[in-house]
Ligand binder design. Sequence first.
Ligand SMILES: NC(=O)c1ccc[n+]([C@@H]2O[C@H](COP(=O)([O-])OP(=O)(O)OC[C@H]3O[C@@H](n4cnc5c(N)ncnc54)[C@H](OP(=O)(O)O)[C@@H]3O)[C@@H](O)[C@H]2O)c1
Length: 399
Amino acid sequence: MGKALIIGAGGVASVVVHKCCQNPDVFGEILLASRTVSKCDALKEKLQGGKVKISTAQLDADNSSEIIALINRFKPDIVINVALPYQDLTIMDACLATKVDYLDTANYEPPDIAKFEYKWQWAYREKFKEAGITAILGCGFDPGVTGVFSAYAMKHYFDEIYQIDILDANAGDHGYPFATNFNPEINIREVTARGSYFENGKFIETEPMSIKKVYNFPEIGHKDMYLLHHEEMESLALNIRGIKKIRFWMTFSKSYLTHLKVLENVGMTSIEPIEFEDRKIVPLQFLKALLPDPASLGPRTKGKTNIGCIYQGIKDGQPKNYYVYNVCDHEECFKEVGSQAISYTTGVPAMTGAMMVLTGKWKKPGVFNVEELDPDPFMEQLNKQGLPWKEDFSPSLVD
Ligand SMILES: NC(=O)c1ccc[n+]([C@@H]2O[C@H](COP(=O)([O-])OP(=O)(O)OC[C@H]3O[C@@H](n4cnc5c(N)ncnc54)[C@H](OP(=O)(O)O)[C@@H]3O)[C@@H](O)[C@H]2O)c1
């Protein structure tokens, strides 16, 4: 049985903690550590008394030496980073210093530039290899399961994959005119950034939200979806045999887009600090303070998500198409763990990735994106842990 240090106590962390407690044969003991310790204590209060021993701690994860001290005290086998992308490097540094395995769900972003790419974390490859420890990057749903789906498609169905379309649909309704389903600051930085897609060896940039298609999603129906830049395209472009084109699509409601446009137009989504009543504030951080906490959306959200990947490629000289996806119901997630489906679809894979490392299936020295690892045991666990997947061998393609 393993010991996990879970950093962060937001929407995703709450699901990770619930799912670790459902798997006591793997997670014997967990320590929840975050900036606001009362959130860790509330989770402990709700879940203690089962087979998994739970403790809590206050932690500033921007400070590596604080993390090192906590790791030395608790002696975890793995650190699950479900704080914010800004903390990825300080936590990786602490894991290196203490020789403990690491896993996260989002790649590093410097707080002052809205630019997410893997170069900062890939720079740790040799150091993790030499230290004999494992780092798993981007193990949520997208990135995360989308990479596992890609490795599975490559292993079982294709000799070469030449195109991937990643489709992320949320048909959930929380009843608010505007709210984000995960951390508002990170979410708005992602969707207001320039779009991009990968084609013939390079990334082509597009104006934000300038490419729209309609897709008829299984179990959800027709939805408007928009081309976005998304971090897994960067690693899939390197790791998938034969790949020529990758696009990422996400659905947004008209109300979300109208509110976002107005907020952008008045400067509320900017990350440039401004002077306000003799102090500096970042407009986007102020906006985050006004918006509903994503963790509070659980009891209000109805409807389903559908996230999956459509592959086009070649098997035994013949063209082949393959669509693999998961449908998740917001209300079912709330019934099970008290969270909406966006936190659920991120937290279940994060727990599952940690399970893969703790049980030795993904334990090897170095820094890895999930598609570089064996997809089979992970795919098997998805079916058992609440994210069953479905396959379609003649899907409608995104034109
Ligand atoms: N791959 C995917 O599919 C996917 C999907 C959704 C989200 N994500 C990622 O999942 C992560 C968590 O998202 P979320 O929605 O759970 O966010 P959230 O609700 O805002 O939770 C973030 C947590 O991190 C804590 N935190 C922030 N800075 C910290 C610091 N310096 N030291 C210690 N703790 C700190 C926060 O503490 P406070 O409580 O004090 O604010 C909060 O508890 C994010 O990185 C997000 O990008 C990935």
